[in-house]
Write a new protein. Sequence first.
Length: 132
Amino acid sequence: MNNEDLLAMAEKVMQRSYSPYSDFKVGAAILAKNGEVYTGTNVENVSFGMTVCAERNSVFTAIGKGDKEFVRLALVTEAETMVPPCGACLQVLKEFADDLEVIIKWKNGCQTVTLKELLPMAFDYELKVGKK
């Protein structure tokens, strides 16, 4: 799966966003190690803490289908500037993909970064239990 196809899948699912409060649509498509792609979009709630981001929705869908190893994530918004995943999404992504490539597309640009660049000092199991 090439980057353009993955971005197209994220852009398509972005149009299904449920974002009546922010009107900020986000689409994500995550590529599993086995070649499967899982998409997700943001789903808002009037109780904002109950809102779930597109990135986590794509990961949770993959987990439900039995995939837990990922290689690339495409993230698409209609924003004027680059919008990286939020901290909660970064931490969820870190749980399953240390070396994840993240392609972020916005209205007038696109950039590819790594999860390690976005979350350089991630909380992980080794830190939590004091093992290396």
